[in-house]
Ligand binder design. Structure first.
Ligand code: HEM
Length: 149
C-alpha cells in the first residue's frame, strides 16, 4: 500500500490591510458629510424628503454617514447597515432624485477638494448611487440613465 502524502499545512495569516481608496483624512470626511447634508437640508426637493425620515434624528444619521464614508474610502470597517433596504422603503423617492443627489454631492466635493481627491470620491458615490437606483427602480425595461454611468 502506498503511503499517503503528508497533508500540506498552510499557515493562517491575516489578510494585509487594504490601502485606502483615496488619500483623505477623517477630518476631511467629516467636513464633506457636514457640508453635504447642510446643502441637502436646504435643497428644495431633497430637503423635505430627508426631513420626513430624519426629523429629530439628524445627529445619529450624520454619525452613521461619517462611519459609512470612512469605511468606504479608508476601509475602516466601522459601518454596518442596510442601505439597500432603507432606500427601497423610502416613501416618495423618485428616479430623478438620484441625479439631484449626485449634483449636490459633486458641487460639495468640487468645492472642498482638489480634483485628484474629488474625482475618486464622486466616482465611488456614483457607483453606489447606481446600485441603489437599480435595486429600487431597475427592471429589464428600465435601465439606469446615462448620468449614472
Ligand atoms: C435621492 C437619493 C437619496 C435619498 C433621498 C436618500 C435618503 C436617505 C435617508 C432618508 C436615509 C435614512 C433612512 C433611515 O434611517 O431609515 C438614508 C440613509 C442612508 N443613505 Fe441615503 N439617500 C439617497 C442616496 C444615497 C446615496 C447615493 C448613498 C451612497 C452613496 C446613500 C447612502 C446612505 C447610507 C449609507 C444610509 C444609512 C443606511 C443605514 O441605516 O445603514 N444614500 N438615505
Amino acid at each position: 500500500m502506498s503511503e499517503r502524502p503528508a497533508p500540506r499545512v498552510i499557515a493562517a495569516r491575516a489578510a494585509p490591510p487594504r490601502k485606502p481608496t483615496v488619500m483623505i483624512a477623517p477630518e476631511q470626511i467629516a467636513d464633506l458629510v457636514d457640508q453635504f447634508y447642510s446643502a441637502i437640508r436646504r435643497h428644495e426637493r431633497l430637503g423635505p424628503l430627508f426631513e420626513a425620515k430624519l426629523a429629530g434624528q439628524w445627529e445619529p444619521h450624520l454619525d452613521r454617514m461619517n462611519r459609512f464614508w470612512r469605511s468606504v474610502l479608508l476601509h475602516s470597517g466601522e459601518y454596518s447597515g442596510q442601505p439597500v433596504a432603507k432606500h427601497n422603503s423610502l416613501p416618495g423617492l423618485e428616479e430623478d432624485d438620484f441625479r439631484l443627489w449626485l449634483e449636490l454631492f459633486e458641487a460639495t466635493t468640487d468645492r472642498l477638494f482638489e480634483p485628484r481627491t474629488a474625482a475618486p470620491i464622486l466616482m465611488t458615490a456614483r457607483r453606489i448611487a447606481r446600485s441603489l437606483w437599480l435595486s429600487r427602480f431597475g427592471t429589464p425595461f428600465n435601465r439606469p440613465p446615462e448620468w449614472l454611468d
